[in-house]
Every structure is written in C-alpha cells, then in structure tokens.
Design a protein around this ligand. Sequence first.
Ligand code: NAI
Ligand code: F6P
Length: 387
Amino acid sequence: MKTALHFGAGNIGRGFIGALLSDSGYHVVFADVVEKLINALNEYKSYNITILDVAPDEPIKHISNVSGIFSNNPEQLNAAILDAEIITTAVGPNVLRIISRSLAAGISERKKQGKEYLNIIACENMTGASGHLRDEILKHLPEEDQEYMDTYVGFPNCAVDRIVPPFNPGPNGNVLSVGVEAFFEWIVEEPAFKGPRPEIKGMKLTDNLVAYVQRKLFTLNCGHATTAYLGYLKGYKTVDEALKDKSIESTVHAAMKESGAALCKKHGFDEEEHGKYIEKIMNRFRNPYIKDDVARVGREPLRKLGPADRLVGPAKMADEFGLPKDNLLKAIAACLLYDNKDDPQSVTLKKDIESKGLEEVLEDVVGFKKGSKESRQVLQAYNELKA
Ligand SMILES: NC(=O)C1=CN([C@@H]2O[C@H](COP(=O)(O)OP(=O)(O)OC[C@H]3O[C@@H](n4cnc5c(N)ncnc54)[C@H](O)[C@@H]3O)[C@@H](O)[C@H]2O)C=CC1
Ligand SMILES: O=P(O)(O)OC[C@H]1O[C@](O)(CO)[C@@H](O)[C@@H]1O
C-alpha cells in the first residue's frame, strides 16, 4: 500500500488533507507532537468526520488506514520519510522551520537508500509555503545532497480551502473526531511536481497557482479576518454571530469587493464569476452549523498584517491599479486594535503600539510609510473604531 506522511494531525490534517489521502488509497501516517492524538491514531486507526451543513449527502465520513508517530522522534520520523510516497503538512506557517531539520535528515537518508521521487506539499495559509519549507530544509541539508534534492524532491505550492473549526465531539466522542464544512478546494502547482503526479481524489492541479492562492487568501481569508477583528471589537464570539451585525456585514462585503476588483485586474478573473465566488464565501461564513470563534480566525495578528497576507496584500494590489481600498484599510485598523491577552502576537502588537506609536508599527509591520496617505487613513480608521 502507498504511504503518505502528513505533519500535523490537527483540524486541516484530519479534516481535509489526511482524509483525501486516505480516500485515495494511501495509508496516512500523521506526525504530531500531541501525545493524545498519536495514541488515539494508533489505537483506533480510524476516525469520523462530521459534515457541518444543512442536509449533507454523507453526514458522517469514516476515515480509516491511519496511524501516528511523534514528530520529535528522529528514528520514527526518518523511517516514515523513507517510506513515504508523498509528504504533506498542515502545522501552521511558523512550524515549517521547526520540521525542516528532520526533513533534511530524511532526504539525506533517502539519497543513501537510493530512493527516487518524492513531493512535499505544505498546506498552510501562506503564499509559497512549500517553497519556504524547501528554503528552510536547504539550510540543514549537506551540500553534497543538494543536487539529489533538486532532482528528486518536488515542492509544489498549493492553495488549501476548507473551514475546519474546533469541534466538540460530545460526551462519547473521540479526540480524533472532526467537523468540517462540505466545501473544499485544494489546488496544487502542477509544474513543480517531480516524477509521476500522485493521484489524489479532490486535488486539482494548475499551472497558475499564484492567482488561486491570492484569490483564496485575499477573498476568503480577508473577509474572515475582517469579520473576526470587527466582531471581536464589538464583543461577538463567533463569525456567524458577528455577520448578523449589519454594519460588520457591509464592511466585510465591501472589503471583499475591493480585493475582488484588484484580483480581477491582476489575474483576469471574470468579474461576474468572481462576484459569485464572493457570495458563496459570504454564505459559507453564515453557515449556522459552524461555530467558528473570532479569536481562532483572528489568531496571530502580526502574521495577518504581513505585507503579502490577507489584509495588506489586497490593499497593496488595489493600490497598484488605483482602485478603492477604504474598507481594506479599515480592516487593517481593526486588526491593529485586536486586544486578546491569550494571543501572544496580540500582546506583542499592543505593547509595540504603546511603546513605538501606531505610525511606527504601521511602517515596520505593514510597510505603510509614516505620513503616507495609507498610514493616515489607517490612523483615522483606528481612532474611529477605538472611539
Ligand atoms: N482550520 C482551517 O479551517 C484551515 C487552516 N488552514 C491552515 O492549515 C494549517 C493548520 O491549521 P489547523 O489544522 O487549523 O491547525 P491545528 O492547530 O488544528 O493543527 C496543527 C497541528 O500541528 C501540530 N504541530 C505543531 N507543531 C508540530 C510539529 N513540530 N510537528 C508536527 N506537528 C506539529 C499541532 O499539534 C496540531 O495538531 C495552518 O497553516 C492554517 O492556516 C488552511 C485552511 C483552513
Ligand atoms: O489559519 P489562519 O491563517 O490563522 O487563519 C484562519 C483562517 O484559516 C481558515 O482556518 C481557513 O482558511 C479560515 O477559517 C480563516 O480565515
């Protein structure tokens, strides 16, 4: 049987990528650091996915042929890398650097054992995540193994879209149970594969990935983050609750339309089709079966304020074409006001704003120069929202 190694037995790991791999005939080895997840994977060797939607075709999906290993156990991990025909990750962008050392060791071992093609796909909310992982691996890979990696190891980037919120399995539930929306989209960069393309049900291939990554990040994630930050400010707990507030809904919709106009100009998406894409996403956010915490969706505000990320990325793209971006700038201001003591990045952001001032943080983190039109506009929106 074919083996897939997947790093991260969390929501996306179990609820999306691991499930597609298992459905496509792979034995899926999940590598994680959480003992109870690994133990449960090895004890039950299967788990259930509940589809969170109105009358889904298949309300519960049973996933089998799975096992677990500790990602911080070098022997287990090396053996799994050696066996794998494909490796995927869903660990969060910041963890890619952490797993890169073990992957480098595993790649050297594959070379020693005469193994051929392998593809490693990082399924994270990040532009160019697999390429970034490759760069991190290169830092640990002996020079004499680099040519082998160039020849035999592919790092296709991808866009991964499915809302998988934290899930309460109920009193008799299993720690592995996971709830997901019915919709999913996994688009992978075809030309970057090395060797034969793996056949995975539900994986779509494209030769224009940047367009799809930006379409997803600047629409779904942009709208989601805008809802989360505006919702948090008004004391709402979940995304669907926040969107029932008409003023939040209209800003979110307007921000997605602003990013949409820029995306259509940049990548040539059809405007009418893109309009439908936005409406579909708004309906996904309103799904009453998904109780998605605004604090989860807004987690790590410093990452989300990055120049290529979901808020600043589309604002810059709109600017490139001289298009309106008022609502995107308002979303950036709401993100800067995110004040959650349980989120370390929110704590850092708040401290930085207090010690350096908002304008300096805007210049350092977001890249809007002090005194620029954008900086002044965010400042104004920040003060209005604060009031
Ligand atoms: N949940 C969602 O709806 C979506 C999430 N994503 C992206 O997928 C990625 C994962 O997100 P979630 O599954 O929601 O997070 P999660 O927190 O549920 O899962 C991450 C898993 O990675 C594990 N992990 C942490 N350090 C590790 C290490 N060193 N080695 C192996 N595993 C390690 C954690 O223990 C956890 O089980 C993120 O990049 C996120 O942006 C993308 C689309 C949808
Ligand atoms: O996982 P991140 O990048 O922190 O952001 C949360 C976002 O990711 C998702 O989990 C799925 O794309 C959304 O629910 C949300 O927009």
